[in-house]
Design a protein around this ligand. Structure first.
Ligand SMILES: [Mn+2]
Length: 300
């Protein structure tokens, strides 16, 4: 129901069509996969996240006490599909490359964290293979090696760096949890020049301002948000729940800062698992994170 005195995002987000994609400045795209999570020994269900997040997003209004994004033109590209994880990854890379090359700001909904490898590869192509900055907000480093020769939800950043798509010095790991990484992987990431910010070290700081200090002011920014960086009391529906982590409020303000930076051209939100959610707590938070990102974009 379209009520112009009380608009909701399901009225404002333009459905998929070539014309709508062309006129939009922001494009939503779903990559509903969880095969990469299974390969990494995790619990499946993230393939259901894009549609559930869209439902929660649709119910929100574009208004907040600090501004509105009512005038922003947002189009929904819909979900990608394929008969194998590799096929979906390949489609994701192509789609993102085109969208980024045409100047769109892209919000991608995973899926497992394996999707960031094709998404960031497409991003890199779309910006003409220039240097870019990538911040991974995550409980984990995700720099594992492939398993049985296959890419999985814990290997995106290893592959991006090994294949020289992303330079280690342009990579930040933000919100990493204690007892959730191996020293070998930490040393590998640091050896590549990556910055690693532990969640414990964020306690005395203003979390979202600290996050913003890692966004580049010269290079395009790609922000990858693994929902498992948020404590499980706030996000029961994640692939790998952690009792400690960012608070829901930090997550939304981080997304606002990401949107506000004029060089942020891409946000992905991954590892949301509706099968383990409680009262849509996790998908509602993901929706609020997207709304805050959009508000940031509108206020640039
Ligand atoms: Mn991750």
């Amino acid at each position: 129901m379209n009520n112009s005195s009380d608009p909701r995002l399901h009225d404002l987000i333009l459905p998929f069509s070539d014309t709508n994609l062309e006129k939009a400045s922001v494009v939503l795209i779903g990559v509903p996969t969880d095969e990469g999570i299974l390969r990494n020994g995790g619990r499946v269900g993230a393939a259901q996240a894009p549609d559930d997040i869209r439902r929660q997003l649709g119910k929100l209004t574009p208004f907040s006490s600090i501004g509105s994004f009512e005038k922003l033109l947002i189009a929904d590209h819909g979900n990608l599909s394929g008969s194998s994880l590799e096929e979906i990854h390949s489609k994701a890379k192509d789609a993102i490359s085109k969208l980024i090359a045409s100047g769109k700001i892209v919000i991608a909904l995973g899926g497992g964290h394996d999707v960031t490898y094709p998404l960031a590869s497409g991003f890199h192509e779309g910006i003409g293979k220039k240097d870019f900055s990538l911040i991974n907000i995550d409980a984990h480093l995700d720099v594992r090696e492939k398993k049985n020769g296959l890419h999985h939800s814990g290997s995106s950043f290893r592959l991006l760096i090994e294949e020289s798509i992303l330079k280690g010095k342009n990579f930040t790991e933000f919100g990493i949890q204690q007892f959730a990484y191996s020293d070998n992987h930490l040393q590998w990431a640091l050896g590549q020049g990556a910055k690693v910010v532990f969640h414990d070290d964020l306690y005395e700081k203003h979390v979202s301002r600290e996050f913003a200090s890692y966004l580049s002011k010269e290079k395009p920014n790609y922000v990858s948000f693994d929902i498992d960086s948020v404590r499980s009391s706030d996000v029961p529906g994640s692939s790998a729940p952690s009792p400690t982590g960012l608070h829901a409020e930090d997550a939304v303000h981080i997304c606002y800062e990401a949107g506000l930076n004029p060089l942020t051209q891409m946000l992905d939100i991954v590892e949301v698992n509706p099968l383990f959610d409680y009262d849509h707590r996790t998908t509602k938070l993901a929706a609020r994170m997207i709304a805050m990102f959009l508000l940031g974009v509108a206020k640039r």
